[in-house]
Design a protein around this ligand. Sequence first.
Ligand SMILES: [Ca+2]
Ligand SMILES: [Ca+2]
Length: 244
Amino acid sequence: MKMDVEFPGGERACRQSGFTLIEIIVVSVVLVAMLGAMVSTAGAVQTSVSTNEQSAGVEERLRVISERIRHVLRPASLSSCKTRATNADIQAAKMKRMLLFQQAKMTGRLATYQEALNYYIPKKDEWIFPVDGVQKRSNLQYRSAPGILSVNIQDLTNTRELEFVIDKKELDNGKDDDGDGLVDEGRLFFYRDGKRIWLAEDLEGVKFTVSGRTITFEVRCARKDSLGRIERMSQTHTVQLRNN
Ligand SMILES: [Ca+2]
Ligand SMILES: [Ca+2]
């Protein structure tokens, strides 16, 4: 005997028992898109973390180098500070002497004429007194007080020098000549008692400015990461000189 048996839900329940091919394709496409977005986000987060770590590393390096400079500069005598003469210094001195001659000619004053005659024109790289607060120099010569309480000029040490020396493969032209990503990079040396002491390398510049009773120095630093990106940073510090 044939019997018709109807199950709960009937034909509709049978159709809901599996996915159609179109549904599987749609779900797959959505899942692939979601996975792609997750991978992309994870990559961006990793890049961001690496960049932050790199920045922190450059900043810490700058801090260490700045502290070394501050340490050797702190006992400097203000009146002994000199920098190396540049071509601009030589031209400025020649111009000053020419103006004195013109002034002497106009006024007829013999003293001005004598001043013009005796006006000193420095030679290239000769140590000269810097113009107050104007010039940023990559070198500085000074004498130091040997003791904490000493402020007497007779008690000062021999000359000491801080000098940024650009690498041999680089020119001071604002460009990366050797293709390592760093611009005009070089090393900072400290000269004391006939010895040359290395303070830092791979710097993109160190500049000193003498103004009033302070020396301001700026250190520029850069570092290349594993992806070839360059992180640049600079710090500026001021050292208050306690003696003349
Ligand atoms: Ca370079
Ligand atoms: Ca260069």
